[in-house]
Ligand binder design. Structure first.
Ligand SMILES: *Cc1c(COP(=O)(O)O)cnc(C)c1O
Length: 387
């Protein structure tokens, strides 16, 4: 039995879904449940989102959509990444909606669609407007539309692009990308083809660019309770869905001058009490920044943060909580163990629950997810009472 787990608050998720609904008005909402629903567990999350008014779901890879179908989820599912020709059959079997960025890909799909006898199989096309990942350049759109029109078994349900700077405050580039997207949409309409579902907005744009909601928004981050880092006029209240927990496994008193962990990266300046936590980098738990800085300002920020961490100030990524009080991580995180300083927290006992800081998407997917919902509990109790 593992003593480290991820706890998911389904009431918070439902609350966030209602918040996104308010932001998106009557537009379609794609609940993005890629990457195991950002570490929350995709099946439970998808079920809860659908129950709480999220119209459709979106994933990156075919296999992520297949998993949802196998668990009985019936909502439309958009596969936002490219699908390999060899995976088209499985995509069709599970009625997943593909994103198409090349004519070869369209033809691979169309061949399978004909073979399986589908009429009007929906696709979305992706437009490259500046992220530099996948998509048709606006200049390639006309050829794609002609190819689609040559395949009456295929139906263009939607078109989208993905913004590179919606969360970074570079508004000029957002406007530039949307202008390129609109240009591509004009090329499609010039071919006499209507695009029912046009979409560009991720969470940051759902918040900061209501003028760019088009027909649908694709929200992930907001649903899981985090602001993607944009300031807004109205105060929107999101609730944290995710928490990472473990239990104290061992306690020790160390004299001043004693080192903690590999490399003796931490030396006690005073007599301290430490708690050993049974969690380490094999679980995806890490407290060091990993990303490469972009530009001089970003580099400056990284250096400032590293300096602050060196002096042990302001680095929340290195602070666990026990009994609601701060327990800073000391020394390096090891493969399966982490030490925290509990000198200032009275009465910590072996087995006490610890709240861990974490980058949720890299926490090991095999750790147990525990789902909590007081709403559902209440409903169940009501049902028992009336039976
Ligand atoms: C991940 C992703 C989203 C959702 O992004 P958030 O910022 O988490 O809302 C939307 N669209 C695409 C194409 C994505 O890959």
């Amino acid at each position: 039995m593992t003593s480290t787990w991820v706890e998911i608050d389904l009431d918070a998720l439902a609350h966030n879904a209602r918040t996104v609904r308010k932001l998106a008005g009557n537009k379609i909402i794609f609940g993005v449940v890629k990457a195991n629903a950002y570490g929350c567990g995709s099946v439970k999350i998808a079920q809860c989102l659908v129950k709480n008014g999220i119209d459709r779901l979106a994933v990156t890879h075919v296999h992520e959509g297949v998993e949802l179908r196998q668990e009985g989820i019936e909502a439309p599912i958009l596969v936002m990444g490219p699908t390999a020709p060899g995976d088209m059959e499985i995509l069709l079997q599970h009625e997943l909606t593909p994103t198409i960025s090349t004519i070869e890909n369209l033809q691979a799909l169309a061949a399978k669609v004909r073979q399986q006898g589908y009429q009007k199989y929906p696709i979305h096309v992706k437009i490259e407007t500046g992220l530099g990942r996948t998509g048709l350049f606006p200049s390639q759109v006309t050829a794609m539309i002609e190819a689609i029109l040559a395949h009456p078994e295929i139906y263009l349900e939607g078109a989208f692009t993905h913004l590179a700077t919606a969360a970074t405050g570079n508004r000029t580039f957002v406007h530039h990308q949307v202008a390129a997207f609109r240009e591509a949409m004009h090329y499609i309409e010039d071919e006499g083809v209507n695009v029912p579902i046009k979409h560009v907005a991720n969470s940051a744009a759902t918040l900061a660019y209501p003028q760019y909601h088009f027909d649908a928004v694709r929200a992930g981050t907001l649903l899981y309770g985090q602001n993607p880092g944009v300031r807004t006029k109205e105060d929107i209240k999101l609730k944290e869905v995710w928490s990472f927990k473990t239990k104290v496994a061992h306690l020790a008193d160390l004299p001043a001058g004693h080192g903690v962990g590999y490399g003796r990266a931490f030396i006690a300046k005073r007599p301290i009490k430490i708690a050993l936590l049974p969690v380490g980098y094999v679980d995806g738990f890490q407290t060091e920044p990993v990303s490469v800085p972009v530009g001089v300002w970003d580099l400056t920020k990284v250096l400032l943060k590293a300096t602050a961490a060196y002096f042990r100030v302001g680095n929340n990524a290195r602070v666990a909580h026990i009994h609601g009080k701060k327990a800073p991580v000391v020394g390096k995180v090891a493969m399966q163990f982490t030490m925290v300083d509990i000198t200032d927290i009275p009465n910590v006992k072996i087995g006490d629950i610890v709240d861990l800081p974490a980058r949720r998407t890299i926490i090991n997917a095999t750790l147990p997810r525990v789902y909590k919902s007081t709403e559902e509990e209440k409903q169940k109790q009501k049902q028992v009472a009336t039976n």
